[in-house]
Design a binder for this molecule. Sequence first.
Ligand SMILES: Cc1ncc(C[n+]2csc(CCOP(=O)(O)OP(=O)(O)O)c2C)c(N)n1
Length: 656
Amino acid sequence: MQEILMDRPGHRVLLMGNEAIARGALEAGLDLMAAYPGTPSSEIGEVLARVGKEAGLYVEWSINEKVAFDVAVGASLVGARSLVAMKNAGLNVAMDTFMTVPYGGVKGGLLVVVADDPDAHYSSSEQDTRPAAVYAEIPCFEPADQQEAKDMTVAALALSEQLELPVFLRSVSRISHASGDVTLGELPKRAERKLGFNKHWKLPYRWNVYGPPGAVSKHRWLHEHLDMAREYAERCPFNRLTLDPGAELGIIASGVAASYVREALAYLGVRANLLILGLVHPLPDRLVTELLRASRRVLVVEEGDPAVETQIRCLAQEVAPGLPIYGKYRRNAVLLPYGELNPARVRDAVVRVADVAPPKAAGAEDGRSAAKARAAALVVPRSSSLCAGCSHLGSYWALRQALQRRNGVHIVNGDIGCYEQGGYGIFSRQIEAGPEDSRRWPVQSPYEILDTNYVMGGGIGLAQGQAQVGYKGGKVVAVAGDSTFAHATLPAVLNAAYHRADITFLVLANNWTAMTGHQPNPTTGVTAMGDQAPVFDIEQAARALGITDVHTASAYDLEAARQAIEKALDHEGPSVVILTGECQLQVQRRTPVKDPKTRVDRERCNGCRMCVQLGCPAVTFDAGVKKAGIDTTLCVDCGLCVQVCPRKAIGTGGNG
Ligand SMILES: Cc1ncc(C[n+]2csc(CCOP(=O)(O)OP(=O)(O)O)c2C)c(N)n1
């Protein structure tokens, strides 16, 4: 953290990619950062929020990516340098602003940082966002390592101001979440930036796409400025062409793939003409043409979709027709268009295209595999789970009890947050998928309760469709957390109220955006920069949006929670149930339970496993003696298992 504000140009430090981007933003004299958290992008905001006051910039966790984007654009229009960051899915939320702002562009530098997630380590999709930058017709940088992540951030903010266009920086998990050696640059002496506003700045109605002479003229302006970006691409220091007169193979590589290619070439001793692209849109046509014409066959290596490859193929059609081009595109595919690249996969592709003998497993390779095997033997296999004492466990238990009392094939529409684990199926029974149109599946754990799940805020919309089309097979329910409630469900709640959709919406309110690392949200009462803020009242909001049947209960009082849910299920029309209970990780950080008292009375326990079905990782079961137990290293004395046990065998008096 200290390094981020270190004023020692030329000093080398180890920084995570996201920290490097944050440092670059500081070196560029950033004025404002707005973001909504999303792995693997969140640390950019976390780092800047922590140093924001000292560094003299404003940082906020906005309620969603669209709002964050608009906030950043607003800052730019009065001449400030701003940055908006998000994960790949976040860009979809911000898409309306993203596609429109390039028409007429920006004033202060505006950098859009999107962290993609190849291999979907933390995401619902592998979505490559680079084509979005092509679609929006703005420049797109792609760093190969942490040093470039910092340097490109500095360059991109300057370029944005020079071209008067938003500039895009695409990171990936392996850049954002890995650490590398970074040489620090200068931190600018902070002077108050001169802010100004001119509604006809260089163009009539500059900041109003509807203003005369209209959107088409602003689109023409965008193309003129994109042409300036094309010229920049030819001399951009992050685009580097190296020609080897003895080489037949040409390789074009971008982003993290460029690092893998360098490693592969050194390892294999293969000679190649090499074009490293740090700016992947617009392409430097002259540099690409030089490489294509100097090579007999060309391999394109990139992380994600064949986005660069498609552009290269278009250009090659004109400047090097017939030249074999290899990559991810159907014919000549030597790399998979899904999953993640790694040095071995890239090496294999180079071997195939260069037509050289595959290397024998060298000593270092053997060592790596042996080390991996040793590590694997040490790691106990385990699945993800909700935390010990998590309030979502109580909410799901109460929901399950309420639904089990009613016949029917109920539908529980899930959403995105820690509670999405309610659909991970990790108590894994073997599932035999069947062709029946309707079938009720028994739920034996909280990890089996969610039936659908796509995107943030999606569940309550799905529920409305199911109800409005007349689904009567069972109750229709949706769940979402508090951050998700603010992020994307407010219009959907209004929609349900206005159209009288017969659904029950559970808000699992734990006061934090927990899943992405406990960023504050409007229900927390504190801002990203640590200032107190008025707490957003979900119950009042639901009523204000037109919901008349609103209930609030503690997720730790299972009987009260079940009753609240049952009342809502019985209500005809839309109802909202707010189940409260602060995230246990935050509670334990503040006031840890050091010596938990909860125990199982082994004499009373009859091994019914009801407590196991609660899904709390602190509840154990000894299959030999068929008795439950409590793992006191995890237990937080939340009392949920005590309420769940039908034999009253769990309490403070037990021995197990
Ligand atoms: C569009 C989009 N933006 C960001 C994310 C990253 N993300 C996953 S869950 C989540 C919010 C979780 O907060 P909340 O709904 O309060 O649930 P909790 O994890 O606290 O239980 C976020 C921001 C995402 N998946 N999609």
